[in-house]
Design a protein around this ligand. Sequence first.
Ligand code: ATP
Ligand code: MG
Length: 285
Amino acid sequence: MSTTSDTGGPLLRVRGLTVGFPTAAGSVEVVKSLDFELARGGALGIVGESGSGKSMTSLAIMGLLPKGARRTGSIEFDGTELTALRERAMRAVRGDRIAMIFQDPLSSLNPYYTVGTQIAEAYRSHRKGVTRRQARAVAIEAMERVHIHDAARRVDHYPHQFSGGMRQRVMIAMMLSMEPELLIADEPTTALDVTVQAQILDLLAEIRADTGAGLILITHDLAVVSEVTDHIVVMREGELVEQGPVERIFTDPREAYTRMLLDAVPRIDDEIGLLKTTASAEEDR
Ligand SMILES: Nc1ncnc2c1ncn2[C@@H]1O[C@H](COP(=O)(O)OP(=O)(O)OP(=O)(O)O)[C@@H](O)[C@H]1O
Ligand SMILES: [Mg+2]
C-alpha cells in the first residue's frame, strides 16, 4: 500500500458524520452531521462536556464504534474514504497510519507482559518480517523518545511498575513506534495530576513537531487544547457548536456555550503555566 499520497487536500476531512444507536423507540443520534477538517501537520482540539460525542467521533474515525452503533457520512483520510474500507483494510490503517491513545493507559496495557514486549509485539504485528530482537530495539528507542529514562532497563518492567504518567508515556511510545500519520488522543491526561498533565502535553507537542504527524486531541478542558492545538471544534450533545483557530475561539467566541467553557479556563491555565516552570523535571518513576 502507498504511504502518503499527498493529494494536496487536508489529512482528514469529515463530512456529515452521524452516529446513532438503536433504542426501543427507534434510534438516538449521539453525533449529528458533524463537519470538520484537519490540515496536514495540523493539530485539532475537540472539546465539549461529558456526553457531547467526542469519543464516538474518534471511534467512528477509527472504525471502532461499539456494537450496534450506526455510522453515516464521509471520513476521508489522505484521500481514502475510510467508511468504504472493509475491516481488513481498516485494520491496516489503524495502528499503522492512524493511532489512538486513550484516557486510561492501564486498561490498554496487559498487566501480564512487560511494556517492552507489548511495544515490540504491537510493532511486529504491523511490520512483517521484523525479528524479536529488532522489535525490542525499536521499543527501547521509542521509550527513549518519550523521555523514559533508563529505557534499556525499564523495557523489562511490567505496567504496574510505572506511574500513571509513565504508563501514558509507554502508550505514546507504542503509538510512536508505528510512525503514524495521524494521532488521536482521547482525554490522554484526564486521569493524571496537573503537573504530569503538562508534561504529557509538552510531549505530544514535541512529537508533533518532530514527526509532522497530524494530531486530534480530545478533552473537556479548553485550557488543555490551547496548549497544543491550533484549531478547535466545540461540540455539544452531538452537534458542532462552533469551530475556528484557537486564538479566535479564545478571544472572540461566537456561542454562549463556548463562552461558558472558556469561563472555566483562566485559573487552570495559570496553574498549568506555573507548574510547568517550577516542576518540569519531576515525574520519573
Ligand atoms: N453503546 C452505547 N449505546 C448507546 N449510547 C451510547 C453508547 N455509548 C455511548 N453512548 C452515548 O453516546 C453519547 C456520546 O458519548 P461519548 O462517549 O462520545 O461522549 P464524550 O463526549 O466522549 O464524553 P466524555 O467526556 O464523558 O468522555 C453519550 O450520551 C453516551 O451515553
Ligand atoms: Mg469520551
